[in-house]
Design a binder for this molecule. Sequence first.
Ligand SMILES: [Zn+2]
Length: 408
Amino acid sequence: MTLKATDLLKYEITPFLFGVLYSRIMPKPTENSNPDSFYIYTAFRTSKAVLRSSFSLGKYASKLVQQYNKYSGYLNWQIYRASDDGIELRFPIQNDLNIDSAQFYNLIYKKLRSSTWLNTDEISEEKKFFLRGYMESRGSVDTTLKLFAQDYFYNNRFELKRVQLLTDDIGLPISYANFNPRNMQPQFVSGENKRNAQFRINLFYYARNIGFINEYKALIFEKAYNPTSKIENEGIIYYQVSVPDVNNHVAFIKYINFFTNNIYNKDLTPKKIDILRRQLGFNKGQSLNQLGRNKSIVDLFDELSEDKCALCGTNQTYKKKANGRQAFEIHHMIPYHNGQEFDNIANFVKLCPTCHRSLKKGSASKADQITSIITILGKHPEVFEYTSSALGIENLPRLAEEIWTLLG
Ligand SMILES: [Zn+2]
């Protein structure tokens, strides 16, 4: 008997199973509009790094089923295919709610958000299990780039931004997370090669701190890097390797938010892509650090957002002497002095100088300023989305009032 969606939602879901669910939910195709069932899966192929004679993938499948069942809390994982070329396991879920996979995903997300283990500061063992489920089920060990990488699928803005949960709530250090929007590669724009976006974690960080369940994926790491010490603890395999000190935290947040707001679902010409690539520091000889952090984000937003006031809607102000462009100013929706994290592209709106002045503390009445904030958030769902999650307030008037109290 197949596990029902209602049962899964009703009973406890282990952090590992949440991780696999959060990674990708597949509809089982049917002729009806809604699928009869969903499934989550893990699938991987043989790697050149491991000699075929030294590890039988075909035989390993049944052990992997046991491991996945144990960490999922359900005896529901099944071998879909297994040979020495590769393994695919599936976890079927009967769609007794008659919903589509996006709706099911949202229900899972809602349940995940109410998990108490999500609210701890440190990366607890529960959070590590979530990461293992998320990364290991579909991730592949990229020994060339030293990354644990997985294709990143999304059907809408919400799903596109969901990866931020890994850094904001799970506590994955931003410096070890990496989003690669391959839609921005020249081959994608020309139609030559439309590859999926990828989410990636530094492989050494993963091997040392999170650890592998999948013995084959661990072995790929081992064969590629010959780590001096391996630790097995309660079925998880860790390697004592030194983790490189990388500093691309600006890039990660920037890519995700920038991509969501300015690139996703927008018509991009090759010329526009070229400008974007240069500004995001993709092209050679121009690193984000060289550009200077804060300035580059504000400039980038200024350059690419439409010259239109987010409050009054005007696109005519006055011409700036310096460059002949219309004068607009960039406003931090949650004021910058409340924390460096608010220096985030999703927190920016473009305002005409008059409206910008009217939002300075004390320059208009409380009621007027709150009305203005509500207007801006109402017109700009992406800014509402960011400020709402940053301050943890979903109610628009309450959110506006909170933002008002933070004005400087
Ligand atoms: Zn204005």
